[in-house]
Design a protein around this ligand. Structure first.
Ligand code: GDP
Length: 448
C-alpha cells in the first residue's frame, strides 16, 4: 500500500546521491520534495508539517554525522521520522491480556472495515497461543454478520456464543460474559454492530457495551485504504469509546497508505495489527521499524548510518574519558551522563546490561534513586548558568535558591545533586588513577 510513496522517496534520494555537502538550500529543497511525497500519499497535513519540522532540525542540527554521505543521512532522518510517526521503535504492540480471565476484547468499526474478519483472525492468533477463546456477535441487525462470525470461529478453533433471536446487543454482551466466566474461557471477543456511517445510535450502543463489558482492549478496525476518511472515523470513535488500539486492514491493497501513516499521530492510539489478506491467518503484529524500513526499502543505508552514529558516540565517550582522567568532570558532563543513563532504559535497563549487579540493584532500590530522579536532576542542572555548570564551587546559598525555584525542587535536593556530583568527580579521578577496578567504586557511588 506504500508503493507510490516508496517510488517518490526513492526518486528524491536518488537525485541526492551524487551530491557532496548539502547546503541549507539543498536541505530545504529535499524537505519540500519529501513533503509533497507524503501529501500525495495522503498523509494528514499537520502530521506532515510536524515530520518536516523535525526532519529539518535533524538535517541541520548538531547530530549530523560528518562521516556519512548527506544523501544517506537524509535517508536515515526520513526513516527515523517515519518510525516515530508510526509509534516509535521497540517491541511490536501486543494485546493487553487481563490477569483475571476472561479478558474481554471489544471490536469496533464501520461496516465493511473488516471488523468481523479481524475478530476471527485475532481468535486464531489467540488459539495458537493456547488460549480458550469465545467469540460473540452483537450485530443484531445483520444476521449474516452473526453467521459469518460463527463460521470464522469454527475456522479459528474458537467457540461461538449461540445466537438467541430477539436479544438486544447489551443482553448478548451480558450473556457472553457470563458464559465466558462460567465455562473458563481465557478471552472473550465481542464483535459490535457496524454501520456504513457513524451515527448516534451506533455510538451510544457501543459505549453502553463498553460499560457493561469493561474490556481490556477496545480495538478500532479501520480500512487503511479509505484515506483521510479512516482518520476522521478513528477520531469520532475515539471521542466516544475508550479505544486502546487500532487495527488497519487491507494493508495488502494498492491504494495510498497515508491514512495508515497519519492514524497514530492523529489519534495517539497505537496501531496493534495490520490486516494483510482476506485469509484468516492474514493478520500481522504491527512493527513500526519494519513498516518504515519497507516504505524506504533502504535497510542497508539505515544500518550504515546507525553504525556511524555509534562510532561517533564512541569517539565522544573516549573524549569524555580523557577529560575524566585529567580530573575534569563538570555538571555539563554529569547532565550528559544522566541523559545517557535515561536513554539506556533508566535504572532497570542499565543495570540489566551489567553482569553480576543484583547487589547493586538492591542498593539502588534502597537509595530511592528512581528514573524520576534523573528528570529532576537534569532539570536542576538546566536551571544553572553556563558558568555555574562549569564551576559548581561558585554556587552559594542565593544561587542555590534561584536554581531550586527554577527547577521546582527544594534547596536540599540541589545540595544532594551537588554532593553526588562531587562524589562522581572524585570517583572518576580515583578510577583513572588505579586504572580499572571500578565497579565496586561505582556501586558505592550510585548507592550513595
Ligand atoms: P465488517 O463489516 O467490518 O465486519 O467487514 P468484514 O469482516 O465482513 O470484511 C469485509 C471484506 O473485507 C471481506 O470480504 C473481507 O474478506 C475483507 N477483508 C477484511 N480484512 C482484509 C484485509 O486485511 N485484506 C483484504 N484484502 N481483505 C480484507
Amino acid at each position: 500500500m506504500f508503493d507510490a510513496l516508496t517510488d517518490r522517496l526513492t526518486g528524491v534520494f536518488d537525485r541526492l546521491s551524487g551530491r557532496g555537502v548539502l547546503s541549507e538550500k539543498d536541505v530545504d529543497e529535499v524537505m519540500r520534495e519529501i513533503r509533497v511525497a507524503l501529501l500525495e500519499a495522503d498523509v494528514a497535513l499537520p502530521v506532515v508539517r510536524d515530520f518536516i519540522a523535525k526532519a529539518k532540525d535533524a538535517a541541520t542540527g548538531e547530530a549530523v554525522i560528518r562521516s556519512v554521505r548527506p544523501a544517506d543521512q537524509v535517508v536515515k532522518i526520513t526513516y527515523d521520522g517515519l518510525v516515530e510517526m508510526l509509534g516509535g521503535e521497540g517491541e511490536p504492540e501486543s494485546l493487553n491480556l487481563s490477569l483475571n480471565p476472561p479478558t474481554v476484547i471489544l471490536m469496533a468499526g464501520l461496516q465493511g472495515s473488516g471488523k468481523t474478519t479481524t475478530a476471527g483472525k485475532l481468535a486464531l492468533k489467540l488459539v495458537k497461543d493456547r488460549k480458550k477463546v469465545l467469540l460473540a456477535s452483537l450485530d443484531t441487525r445483520r444476521p449474516a454478520a452473526m453467521e459469518q462470525l460463527g463460521m470464522l470461529a469454527e475456522q479459528a478453533g474458537a467457540s461461538f456464543l449461540p445466537i438467541v433471536a430477539g436479544q438486544s446487543a447489551p443482553d448478548i454482551a451480558r450473556r457472553a460474559m457470563q458464559a465466558a466466566k462460567l465455562q473458563g474461557f481465557d478471552v472473550l471477543i465481542l464483535d459490535t454492530a457496524g454501520r456504513t456511517t457513524i451515527d448516534e445510535a451506533m455510538m451510544s450502543e457501543a459505549a453502553e457495551i463498553a460499560k457493561i463489558a469493561t474490556p481490556s482492549e477496545t480495538l478500532l478496525v479501520a480500512d487503511a485504504l479509505t484515506g483521510q476518511d479512516a482518520v476522521r472515523t478513528a477520531k469520532a470513535f475515539h471521542e466516544r469509546l475508550p479505544l486502546t488500539g487500532l487495527v488497519l486492514t487491507r494493508a495488502d491493497g494498492d491504494g495510498r497508505g497515508g491514512a495508515a501513516l497519519s492514524m497514530r499521530a492523529v489519534t495517539g492510539l497505537p496501531i496493534k495489527f495490520l490486516g494483510v489478506s482476506e485469509k484468516i491467518d492474514g493478520l500481522d503484529a504491527f512493527d513500526a521499524a519494519r513498516v518504515a524500513g519497507r516504505i524506504l526499502g533502504r535497510g542497508d543505508v539505515v544500518a550504515l548510518v546507525e553504525k556511524a552514529a555509534q562510532e561517533l558516540d564512541m569517539a565522544k565517550a573516549e573524549a569524555t574519558a580523557r577529560k575524566l582522567a585529567k580530573g575534569q568532570f563538570d555538571l555539563d558532563m554529569m547532565a550528559d551522563q544522566l541523559s545517557q543513563m535515561k536513554r539506556m532504559g533508566g535504572m532497570e535497563g542499565m543495570m540489566g546490561l551489567l553482569p553480576g549487579v543484583q547487589k547493586m540493584k538492591r542498593q539502588i532500590a534502597e537509595s530511592g534513586l528512581t528514573d524520576k530522579t534523573f528528570d529532576r536532576q537534569l532539570a536542576i542542572i538546566s536551571s544553572m548558568t553556563k558558568a555555574e555548570r562549569k564551576k559548581p564551587d561558585i554556587l552559594q546559598a542565593s544561587r542555590k535558591r534561584r536554581i531550586a525555584a527554577g527547577s521546582g525542587v527544594d534547596v536540599a535536593e540541589v545540595n544532594r545533586l551537588l554532593k553526588q556530583h562531587r562524589q562522581m568527580a572524585d570517583t572518576f579521578k580515583a578510577l583513572s588513577k588505579n586504572g580499572g577496578k571500578g565497579l565496586a567504586q561505582m556501586a558505592r557511588m550510585l548507592g550513595a
